[in-house]
Design a protein around this ligand. Structure first.
Ligand code: ZN
Length: 159
């Protein structure tokens, strides 16, 4: 059964409240994560706790246990002059900014004259998440994985 510090492999389909698919991982390319390390959203991690290999589960996760609610304070209007003049600022461009010692990614929503509207919320903030998961494999984490707080895939790839 899945417990803290296990490495879990699972396939999943993620849909929003309207049944639109937001993402998936197939069995041949599963999501591998370190259980109990906050690698996945809290609502999903607690729903998976105690499952076994072969178990399937449908989970509905409210925003507060998912990617959080939309924070209006992270939707900002910034003067164009704050951006480098030699770069064309366009919608969907992303940049990171240090906010109170935490790195946060902002996405450009729109450019209105001399103002640039940016959004620092997670793209799935405010969404109710419907996960259908299947547990494919469970193994103990290595010492190194526990030290790093994430899964290593065994191919020498490190992230
Ligand atoms: Zn690592």
């Amino acid at each position: 059964m899945i417990k803290k510090n296990d490495v879990v492999s699972m396939s999943y389909v993620l849909k929003n409240e309207n049944g639109e698919e937001l993402g998936r991982a197939e069995a041949k390319e599963p999501l591998n994560y370190l259980h109990g390390a906050g690698n996945i959203v809290p609502g999903l991690e607690s729903a998976i706790d105690g499952l076994a290999i072969g178990d399937k589960k449908d989970v509905t996760i409210l925003p507060e246990n998912g990617y959080g609610n939309v924070d209006p304070a992270l939707m900002l209007k910034i003067a164009r002059s704050n951006f480098p003049s030699d770069i064309e600022i366009k919608p969907n461009m992303q940049f990171s900014s240090d906010m109170g010692g935490q790195e946060r990614v902002f996405t450009v929503d729109s450019v209105e004259g001399d103002d640039v509207c940016v959004n620092g919320n997670h793209p799935l903030a405010g969404e109710t998440l419907n996960f259908s998961v299947e547990i494919l494999a469970i193994r103990e984490a290595t010492k190194e994985e526990l030290e790093h707080g994430h899964v290593h895939d065994g191919s020498g790839h490190h992230h």
